[in-house]
Design a protein around this ligand. Sequence first.
Ligand code: HEC
Ligand code: HEC
Length: 427
Amino acid sequence: MRLVQHSIIGYDFTMNRIHFLRPIGGLMAWAAVLMSGCDAPVEQYPPNAVHALVVHHRTDLPTEAAAQEVTQLIDQWFGTPLEPHWPAELLSGQAAKGLVDQDRLLRAPGSFYSDQDNLHYGLYTEHCVRCHGVNGGGNGAASALQNPYPRDFRAGIFKWKSTQRSARPTKDDLRRLMVHGAPGTSMPSFSRLSDDDLDVLVDYVIYLSVRGELERWLLYGAVEEIGYGDEPVEDPFRFGLVSIDNATGDRASEAALYAAEHLKRIVDQWGQSAEVAVPGASSDPASGSSVDADSVARGKELFHGQVANCAGCHGVDGVGGVNIVDYDDWSKEYSTRLGITPTDRQALEPFEALGALRPRLALPRELAGGYAHGGADAVTLYRRITQGIAGTPMPAVMLSETPSATALTPDQVWDLVHYVESLLETK
Ligand code: HEC
Ligand code: HEC
């Protein structure tokens, strides 16, 4: 059964390749669409069926019961695309409660229109859903032909940010990404949207990411830690029985405490994201107009040298062409990490049937004459080199205050930045 995913306004009727866990609901959605002329809104977030299959592979246990109950809990806590909910009740501290604004949330999914105050609604449906999908799974209707694929927000992994490699982006990072897009990929620029609309979208990306990450953790935890799969679980451990009301206070069940703990942890990670300090940024000559030719020359040497060995992946003079067979984290999850060869079509078929996109090689970029997808200013490149790129094989260089055989000094990183800037065509 294929889930019908369609935009609210009739002309954008498309099919998604996400498996629907409840065939009857799926059939009814189909019928509703056919009868209503395709303008019925998506009523439920599609569950992460790919991850349920991943958990099954990892544990060799059945996951149906866990998937069903986790979906129930997630729906109760986070609502539906018609009425999304930020579970502030379950969070402590103003920062965590206010990370996502409930009023903004309501303006992202659902039908798109403007009200009498000219507030825009359905912003995510209008601008993002065709690529990023209703639940932020990155496998929207237009995703399959793109390279790189649109981001799956549910893993909590983001590439283009000012924070540490493993950290979440800041809200400013998300806003910047939307304003500039990711040049060289199909991620467009939304520079024409108002600040207010961008705020809505930033909050909604965070909401989808938190929601999706919790869903993933609970699926795994249910099977691996709580014992779903072997036998029916007892009521206090059943996620399906946990509404927001009975997740708080003394009456909270084991399942509620478990889920709330994970929710807090995930939300805290967003709260803790902070920009990586960049030493010497203000005195960096490249942030002004003149680039120091000596620094570029030193950078070129480092690029091809033993310690940084950028050329090992990006090729001599950054022209690419190095044949490295590797994949990004999103693809590895349902291939190499399960012992499945990413090119084994037959083994991947069950995952693809549930909406997984076919693994694509994560090729080191051709830097000469190429685009920096995540921003080409010097400070951004400095962070890129010292943090690497999350979710991809691009490593971080080691930093030290003094030159060594394994690490670079901040000055040497600046030299690399200047060399990379000289390679990139577009800024
Ligand atoms: C035409 C397809 C398309 C549309 C429409 C689109 N995106 Fe993207 N988006 C992408 C692709 C492709 C990437 C991955 C870029 C990469 O990996 O470098 C991406 C990446 C992202 C990322 C992850 C950035 C990171 O740091 O990893 C975010 C956040 C994002 N998009 C948000 C949005 C939002 C919000 C909208 C709607 C306002 C939107 N996108 C519309 C294709 C699209
Ligand atoms: C193990 C292979 C590998 C090594 C070593 C490596 N890179 Fe990369 N690099 C990649 C991959 C893969 C990407 C593409 C990531 C993506 O966008 O998915 C990339 C992307 C980049 C980008 C593009 C960033 C953007 O915004 O699009 C820059 C710049 C870059 N690398 C610089 C360097 C420098 C400088 C070094 C040496 C310090 C280096 N890389 C070492 C694999 C590597």
